[in-house]
Design a protein around this ligand. Structure first.
Ligand code: PFF
Length: 450
């Protein structure tokens, strides 16, 4: 058995968990999912899902992980004494691997945009070509020849692997503590600028005035999946990080702060991107290219925009790397403990597997774009099955295991650090939701939306 590393401080845990939660899911995925699913109504369901499902599941996964004190696969069997329940762990880790393969691709795109922002190439516009068309072309060209996405992806994966190499305290915690607060500051500055744009009011209406006729089982499960994706739920992350959290820390308090930080950044991202869409033209429903086509229009027109753009993309790189560290860590911890190999060896295996998986996604967006699965590109397919099926499903099964197999007393015991913190009414209320409401609702939505 490996000597298990631990987080050293509460702030370090929050920074690492928030660093995991806040990432491309908030800045790139949330706006385009909201844009594709009708704006306000999607965000309304998203927020409900965050509070009533995300928050209790977050601390449940944390508690399960700390109690199980092992990797994300074995934890389920260990706390319940039923080894077959590890299947949920396999589902979680399998899902996070699939996520990793497209996540690294998107991180690669961001690295490319950072570079062409600095060199100014992003803003070299042919006369008489509209801004929106120009940025659309930049995005398409990047994917078609695939060279830059590959270079960007390799940089992202190697940089992440390097940090994971150093272990929990020296790697994950140290970097997250510095990088996450920086991200908040830069965001505030950029939103300040967005507020001066003409389209700001339209954007606010689009984001916060729900049109409930837009809701279908499909959009509801997408919103739940997005909430879980954004909080890093249903993918073994909190189980893994929970196993590194000292017994005396208050898991509910930590979870609340992670939920608040993550949700703020998602909303901030919407407030940053949609004013640009409504000021300079472009479709809110553009899909995964939204971030890359809408925001550069702002940077192209604001004074010093090129540098702000570079700063912005740098920030997104930081957010993606802190999330990728956590994704890698889930799989590394599994390999460490299941194969009894060293952290270095485990890191190398994970890096290679993700390089290969990401390469397939990248080719699927460019040279292999004729290859379709269920009508989507490889990436589109993986994004859809993870977001709308395996992530919510793992969340639902985790709730089932915690409430039906592990049970209230054990869970509350762990959550209160064996009586160190007081239980209050939220314990039984959320437990009831986890036991009776969340699993059937999620299952019904998955089935009806198929
Ligand atoms: N929650 C991250 C984001 O919103 O970008 C993505 C993520 C991190 C997914 C960690 C899964 C995970 F284990």
């Amino acid at each position: 058995m490996n000597e298990r590393d631990n987080f050293s401080s509460k702030l370090g845990i929050i920074a690492a968990a928030a660093g995991s939660a806040i990432g491309l899911g908030n800045i790139w995925k949330f706006p385009y999912m909201a844009g594709q699913n009708g704006g306000g109504a999607f965000i309304f369901v998203y927020l409900i899902a965050v509070v009533l499902m995300g928050y209790p599941l977050l601390y449940t996964e944390f508690a399960l992980g700390r109690r199980g004190c092992s990797n994300a696969i074995d934890a389920f069997g260990k706390i319940t004494g039923k080894k077959f329940l590890n299947i949920v762990g396999y589902l979680a880790v399998g899902t996070v691997f699939l996520v990793a393969t497209f996540y690294a691709m998107i991180a690669g795109w961001v690295i490319y945009y950072f570079i062409i922002s600095i060199t100014g190439e992003l803003y070299t516009i042919t006369p008489n070509v509209e801004l929106a068309t120009h940025f659309e072309t930049v995005f398409k060209t990047m994917n078609q020849n695939a060279v830059w996405p590959i270079i960007g992806m390799v940089i992202a994966v190697l940089a992440t692997g390097f940090i994971n190499f150093s272990g929990i305290k020296d790697g994950v915690e140290k970097y997250s503590k510095v990088l996450m607060p920086l991200l908040f500051v830069i965001f505030i500055v950029l939103i300040g600028y967005s507020m001066t744009l003409d389209g700001f009011t339209v954007a606010v209406n689009f984001l916060f005035k729900p049109d409930f006729s837009a809701l279908t089982p499909g959009t509801i499960i997408s919103a739940i999946g997005q909430a879980f994706f954004s909080l890093s739920l249903g993918m073994g992350l909190l189980v893994t990080y929970g196993s590194y959290v000292p017994k005396t820390k208050n898991l509910r308090a930590i979870s609340r702060q992670v939920v608040i930080a993550d949700t703020l950044i998602a909303i901030f991202s919407g407030l940053l991107i949609f004013p640009a869409v409504f000021t300079y033209g472009g479709s809110p429903a553009a899909g995964p290219s939204l971030l890359f086509e809408a925001l550069p229009q702002v940077f192209a027109q604001m004074p010093g925009g090129r540098w702000f753009g570079a700063l912005f993309f740098l920030l997104v790189i930081v957010a993606s790397i802190t999330s990728m560290i956590s994704i890698f860590e889930i799989i590394i911890t599994c390999l460490l403990e299941k194969l009894h190999i060293s952290r270095h060896k485990a890191t190398v295996i994970v890096v290679i597997a993700i390089l290969v998986g990401s390469l397939i996604n990248i080719l699927g967006e460019g040279p292999w774009s004729h290859v379709t699965l269920n009508g989507s590109t490889i990436f589109g397919f993986l994004d859809a099955i993870t977001n709308n099926i395996t992530i919510p499903l793992t969340g639902a099964l985790t709730a089932v295991i915690a409430t039906w197999f592990w049970k209230y007393k054990n869970m509350e015991h762990e959550l209160t650090s064996e009586g160190l913190y007081k239980s209050n009414v939220e314990g039984p209320i959320f437990f009831t939701l986890l036991k009776w409401a969340i699993p059937p609702i999620i299952l019904a939505l998955i089935i009806t939306s198929l």
